[in-house]
Ligand binder design. Structure first.
Ligand code: ANZ
Ligand code: ZN
Length: 822
């Protein structure tokens, strides 16, 4: 007899699946379509344990939906632009594409071996000119809509990588790639105007509730950071030779206007330099130098002692007419609100800390019933009644906010205002290995988008090694033959933009391209997008909770507004799989606790690794590789596989004649598995399958033996359930049972409801305290089901005589008490 040999099974089925194109959707509308997507990989070497987990989870969904009869699209591709390729190229004196495409091939081979049920015909790479042509095309559409623009801006700059960093790439003041302290630099940069979409990005999260993890929605909400309040203008008095000016401040608490005792401008905003008097200028400049070295997080830290300098100027409170000293400090950020605030130390902790550090007055204007902040050092932010506040005195907080806004609006010194924390998306990168920005700069015409028929703007093929090294400007600037072009508008000598795009741009629309990856008339075929979008299940790490998901949502909305697609949200449901740890810690070189996926696959087989990943915990939870047993998984798979070997062919078997107890276990398993899969409890399905395998073996050993039709039925179901987790083993079982490949496209097993009721109980139905009926019901019948059955019973129907009962008290599963209407 054959023994379970995973190597043998793996090599046998891979080619069969390929040949039969088992995982290619029919895409003909004959069945309802569903789109399952794993966040596409970055080709950084071979696949690792993290990929193995994420893709195992996504594949469970794809394979389950396929069995349920949906036409499933589960594509795969690569997010293949980015820095590591460039760094490798510099080191090895190559072009980045060499490293990139070599790694892609390695990963593709591993994905195939890992038996991801992917439609390989849809494969794409964002670094292919056929792909980035359309990234560029989309950029030009954004540009035409005013959604892509350039501005001078102080940017985070990594002096070592010689590149601009987004805020989130600055961690504790250092570059998250190389650890070098980050400095500021002013550069003319490209931005996407994502702030125009702040409100919609926030509102449309309603549609995602219940389908996306709660914490991801919360993180997005905080990132967008909507706050409502007022913008209030303060007159700044002329002083010495300096003229009077007006400074708007943003406040969420206009009710506290009478409690403002000073003002603060961001030390690094131009405004600080414009306000400061000669007497205080050198102190300000010295202070500004210190501030430059700090990260945004440090600046806003409530732990750090407050610092600042006086500007020598005063502003007039528009409500009270009071004269307030203006300070410059780093706890006020230049690029939030207006970069200036009114400070209300009694009710804002940061202001209170500052007031105490510099001996500024603290005035309570909201009586919250709490102790005086002057004494406690704790600002009171809560509800209360206004005091010492002129016309606002006596009002509650909310009323006072409304009233204050009314007053400043009437006086023309302020207005209601909504502010967002979200900033525009800085997409320029001074790097080589990215999508070139399709703009030509002409001395006569200004910025000219590259016309559609001249796209793609291809990256030059002839740069390599040191030529790609960062020099403060994009390496593309050095490629004279590439940079110098004729202006598409006037024909004069002009220059290409030499920046490339943030790779997050590439990944903001790849899910649309997957619907029609070979389409040449546009970025995607509108019909294909209509057919497939939105993605039914998106799977990926929580590290993408903010940026990637927000950018993808933004792109989808813009593309929707361009009239190109119907969907306005890209991902209907989101699953964040956990991490794979080892010994309770993330795997890392420095800890030396890395586990090599390839070695695990060689040792235990693909199926055992996949099964282990899914069995370890619910998909959202981390998997600690030190706590799991791939050897145990392998043993279980051998045991399951043996069932099919021991059973006769399934052809022509009448299951109804089989052992009833085993049939009940089988049908119950199918029934419960469907519920568990629908609610994402994949690990429990494996536990149920294990129980079914045990029950089947017991029947073989004790009952009518392997010839029992119930055994054949059970083995069939085991193969189908296992096809979600252990596709090779399942396919081999399927063949042994006498079916045609592939089990992946067989149908979800039919449940015989009568076999679900195994543990039954007699429920009594009482009317006016007398037993009138008895019902044979399942022990886990729900209250609703029991009520329905009781009221449908003929004795009860007769007694109620067509009238609705006054009251029905249900105690499932044993008792129903019916109180008839009088
Ligand atoms: C007066 C005041 C009184 C404030 C009070 C709060 C409480 P969010 O919710 O984050 O929008 N603020 C405004 N611009 C700022 C900036 N550029 N840097 C630092 N802080 C700034 O916070 C808005 C509040 O943060 C504003 O309301 C302002 O302080 C401060 F009892 O104004 B408030
Ligand atoms: Zn021109």
């Amino acid at each position: 007899t054959r023994t379970y040999d995973f190597t043998d099974i793996e090599s046998k089925w891979l080619s069969v699946w390929d040949e039969l194109e088992v995982f290619k959707p029919a895409d003909d509308g004959s069945r309802e379509r569903r789109y399952v997507l794993d966040m596409f990989p970055y080709p950084s070497g071979d696949l690792h344990m993290g990929h193995a987990e994420a893709f195992a989870m996504g594949d469970v969904v794809a394979r389950y939906w396929r069995l349920r009869g949906y036409d499933v699209m589960h594509p795969i591709g690569w997010d293949s632009f980015g820095l590591p390729a460039e760094n490798a190229a510099i080191k090895n004196n190559q072009h980045p594409k060499e490293w990139t495409y070599k790694n892609i091939e390695t990963q593709a081979g591993s994905f195939k071996r890992y038996a991801i049920s992917a439609d390989w015909s849809r494969r794409l790479h964002t670094s292919d000119p056929e792909y980035y042509r359309w990234t560029q095309w989309l950029f030009t559409k954004f540009y035409e809509k005013g959604l892509a623009y350039r501005k001078d801006h102080p940017v985070n700059w990594c002096p070592k990588d010689q590149t601009v960093l987004a805020n989130e790439q600055v961690v504790n003041g250092v570059c998250d790639r190389c650890g070098t302290p980050v400095t500021k630099k002013s550069l003319n940069q490209w931005y996407f105007k994502i702030t125009d979409y702040a409100d919609r990005l926030l509102e449309d999260m309603e549609q995602l509730k219940g389908h996306w993890p709660e914490r991801v929605l919360l993180m997005q909400k905080n990132w967008i950071g909507r706050s409502e309040g007022a913008q209030v203008t303060f007159e700044i008095e002329a002083q010495d030779a300096l003229p009077a000016v007006k400074i708007p401040v943003f406040t969420t608490r206009p009710d506290t206007l009478y409690g403002a005792t000073f003002m603060v401008v961001a030390a690094d905003a131009d405004l600080a330099g414009e306000l400061v008097t000669d007497e205080h200028r050198s102190a300000l400049e010295e202070y500004q130098e210190q501030v430059k070295a700090l990260s945004e997080i440090e600046r806003q830290s409530t732990e750090r002692e407050k610092t600042g300098v006086f500007t020598g100027r005063y502003g007039i409170n528009p409500l009270s007419g009071e004269k307030l000293p203006i300070w410059a400090a780093d706890y006020v950020l230049a690029d939030y609100g207006t970069g200036a605030i009114m400070a209300v130390p009694a009710h804002d902790q940061r202001d209170l800390d500052f007031a105490r550090a510099f001996d500024l007055p603290v005035r309570v204007v909201v009586d919250t019933g709490l102790e005086d902040p002057n004494e406690t050092g704790i600002a009171t932010a809560g509800e209360g009644q206004l005091v010492n506040s002129g016309e606002l005195t006596g009002l509650g907080k909310a009323e006072a906010i409304a009233k204050a806004i009314e007053i400043v609006e009437a006086a023309g010194t302020g207005e209601h205002k909504v502010n967002f924390r979200l900033r525009d998306w800085l997409l320029s990168r001074q790097r080589f290995w990215g999508t070139p920005i399709p703009i030509i700069h002409c001395a006569h015409c200004g910025e000219v988008p590259v016309p559609e028929d001249q796209l793609p703007v291809r990256l030059p093929d002839n740069l390599r090694g040191e030529q790609l090294a960062p020099k403060g400007t994009s390496p593309l600037a050095a490629a004279a033959d590439w940079v110098n072009v004729a202006c598409p508008k006037c024909g004069a000598d002009a220059k290409r933009d030499t920046d490339t795009m943030d790779t997050f741009v590439d990944s903001s629309w790849y899910f649309l391209r997957f619907t029609s990856p070979n389409y040449t008339e546009g970025p995607f075929d509108p019909k294909a997008v209509r057919d497939w979008m939105p993605v039914g299940q998106y799977v990926g790490g929580v590290e993408h909770a903010i940026l990637h998901l927000l950018y993808a949502r933004f792109f989808t909305k813009v593309v929707h507004d361009l009239g190109l697609i119907d969907a306005s949200e890209p991902f209907g449901a989101l699953l964040n799989q956990g991490q794979v740890l080892n010994g309770g810690k993330a795997m890392s070189k420095s800890l030396g606790n890395g586990v090599d996926l390839g070695q695990q696959l060689d040792k235990f087989g693909v199926d055992a690794i996949r099964l282990t990943m899914v069995f370890a915990s619910p998909p959202e939870d981390d998997v600690d590789w030190a706590d799991v047993s791939p050897a145990g998984s392998q043993k279980f798979l051998a045991r399951a596989w043996r069932l099919a070997q021991d059973t006769d062919s399934a052809a022509g078997v009448d299951y109804a004649a089989g052992d009833k107890a085993l049939r009940q276990v089988t049908h119950r398993t199918v029934h419960e598995s469907a519920q568990l899969l629908d609610s994402g409890k994949f690990n429990v399905v494996i536990a149920k399958t294990m129980e079914l395998v045990n029950a089947t073996r017991k029947t073989i050993d004790s009952g009518a033996g392997a010839a029992d039709p119930a055994v054949c039925e059970a083995a069939t179901v085991v193969a189908q359930l296992l096809s979600l987790f252990a596709p090779y083993t399942a396919e081999d079982m399927w063949e042994a049972l006498g079916y045609e490949p592939s089990v992946a496209n067989s149908a979800w097993p039919q449940v015989d409801q009568s076999l679900l009721v195994d543990d039954t109980i007699t429920a009594v139905v009482q009317i006016k305290g007398k037993v009138r009926a008895r019902l044979e019901v399942s022990v886990d019948i729900t209250e609703d089901e029991l009520r329905e059955q009781a009221l449908a019973h003929e004795a009860v129907v007769r007694m109620l005589d067509g009238k609705a009962p006054l009251k029905v008290i249900v105690r499932a599963p044993k008792l129903v008490n019916v109180v008839p209407a009088p």
